[in-house]
Design a binder for this molecule. Structure first.
Ligand code: IFM
Length: 449
């Protein structure tokens, strides 16, 4: 990587902060969802998590010890604006104010995400992301946050992984708010994109080109399992709902025709109003890419059917037969190269990997040391894949390891550890894992130090 390549580590608010009822913070949909019996492994929740809210200065020391340029974190909307309406909460925003100052004091660039899934519960009660008003509320929240931090924060990401918010939250019901309604999920897709667009317009109006503005999508390379037409069709469908339904409106200002057609065949119309697509396609400075794995698809079931029990075309994932991480996700680093080259060619935006990493079943020594050669190999393979994409012309400008800390992995609770720094949840002791030391040394090497 070149010397000006940006290296970072990433976290999100609900996954690390804890302090869910302090200083005026009100519940988010995740506080509620965690209380639903069976929703989260072991009935766990983010009440304490990594206790980052109370340990922030020491945590910034840990970040600094890794030698990274930037720290990607998110804000808890119900901390900044309890309930999702009304004025800014001075005690809530004060935490992020201190975080930003502490980072800057240590020479670390703050890379702020406005929304990493902690929707104020009141907004869900009023309809959540399937309701248009949530997008309007988000634009207000974005603006008040910018007014508080925009003098020092220059890297702004609106949303993290809207696919997860819409599909896991409103279609599959495995993330908050736990709804299972495909039509509602599609409305959520549009209102998430609208939220992004309205916020982007407000931030641009305030800051012009003084900020680097982006959105982060979770993306993969979708390929056909064979050359059969049905498999190619399945890959196209998977890519349509996984990637193009976000990328096309963001970059080209229109939804993909094949996706719109497939939704119409299911009786679903995206709730687009005049001006929405113009807002959604507000020019971006950077596209954040979260990458973990890739999939290949078949258009037939194992016994040869091409439609499922609901009469819908089959889109079946066919394993590559690769080793998997503790999440059961296959490791497919070359998929990252293909994805980045494709994004460059079809969408032409500067790219930053805003998340990449792996959960493994770590074994900790008594003192906390973790010799996670598997995680180090994952990082090395994927960084090589980024290098290959750059050589092929993709404009990839940075890389954030997911995650700085072991943390609350949503419906998996604390079972899955993604950190390059171990967190002992009994003592809250932090210990840099071997992969963290390797990451630090790799960054040093690229700087010629
Ligand atoms: O932990 C999550 C993160 O919150 C969003 N991207 C994927 C990570 C691993 O599942």
């Amino acid at each position: 990587m070149p010397r000006d390549f940006r290296w970072g580590v990433a976290t999100s608010s609900y996954q690390i902060e804890g302090a869910v009822d302090e200083d005026g913070r009100t519940p988010s949909i995740w506080d509620t969802f965690c209380r639903v019996p069976g929703a989260v492994v072991n009935g766990e929740n983010g009440d304490i998590a990594c206790d980052h809210y109370h340990r922030m200065p020491e945590d910034v020391d840990v970040i600094a010890s890794l030698g990274v340029d930037a720290y990607r974190f998110s804000l808890a909307w119900p901390r900044v604006q309890p309930g999702g309406t009304g004025p800014v909460n001075p005690r809530g925003i004060a935490f992020y104010d201190r975080l930003v100052d502490t980072l800057l004091d240590r020479g670390i660039t703050p890379w702020l995400t406005l929304y990493h899934w902690d929707l104020p519960q009141e907004l869900e009660d009023a309809g959540g992301w399937p309701a248009r008003d949530t997008a309007l509320r988000f634009a207000d929240y974005a603006e008040m946050t910018f007014d508080a931090l925009g003098d020092r924060v220059k890297h702004w990401t609106t949303l993290n992984e809207p696919w997860c918010s819409a599909m896991l939250g409103y279609d599959q019901g495995v993330h908050a708010p736990g709804r299972r309604d495909f039509g509602a999920a599609m409305h959520a897709v549009h209102h998430l994109l609208l939220a992004h667009g309205l916020a982007a317009q407000r931030l641009r109006a305030r800051a012009g080109s003084d900020i680097e503005l982006g959105i982060t999508l979770n993306l993969a390379h979708a390929s056909a399992a064979t050359d059969a037409r049905a498999d190619k069709e399945a890959a196209r469908r998977a890519d349509g709902l996984g990637a193009r339904i976000y990328l096309d409106p963001l970059v080209h200002g229109r939804y993909p025709e094949d996706v719109v057609g497939a939704l119409a065949a299911r009786g679903i119309t995206l709730p687009v109003e005049d001006g929405d697509l113009a807002a959604i396609s507000t020019p971006l400075d950077v596209l954040g890419v979260n990458y973990y794995s890739s999939q290949q698809f078949s258009g037939t079931t194992e016994d040869g059917a091409t439609t499922d029990e609901n009469g819908l075309p089959v889109v079946r994932t066919v394993p590559f037969g690769r080793p998997v991480t503790a999440m059961d996700w296959e490791m497919v680093p070359e998929g990252l190269t293909k994805l980045l080259v494709r994004l460059h060619e079809e969408y032409g935006l500067p790219l930053v990997i805003t998340e990449n990493g792996a959960a493994f079943d770590d074994v900790a020594e008594a003192g906390g040391a973790v010799h996670d050669a598997d995680r180090t190999a994952y990082f090395a393979d994927h960084l090589r894949a980024v290098g290959a994409a750059r050589e092929a012309g993709a404009d990839v400008r940075g890389y954030f390891a997911w995650s700085l800390f072991d943390n609350f992995e949503w419906a998996y609770g604390y079972d899955k550890r993604f950190g390059i720094v171990r967190v002992d949840y009994d003592t809250q002791r932090r210990t840099v894992k071997d992969s963290g030391a390797w990451y630090r040394d790799t960054i040093r090497l690229t700087r010629g130090a």
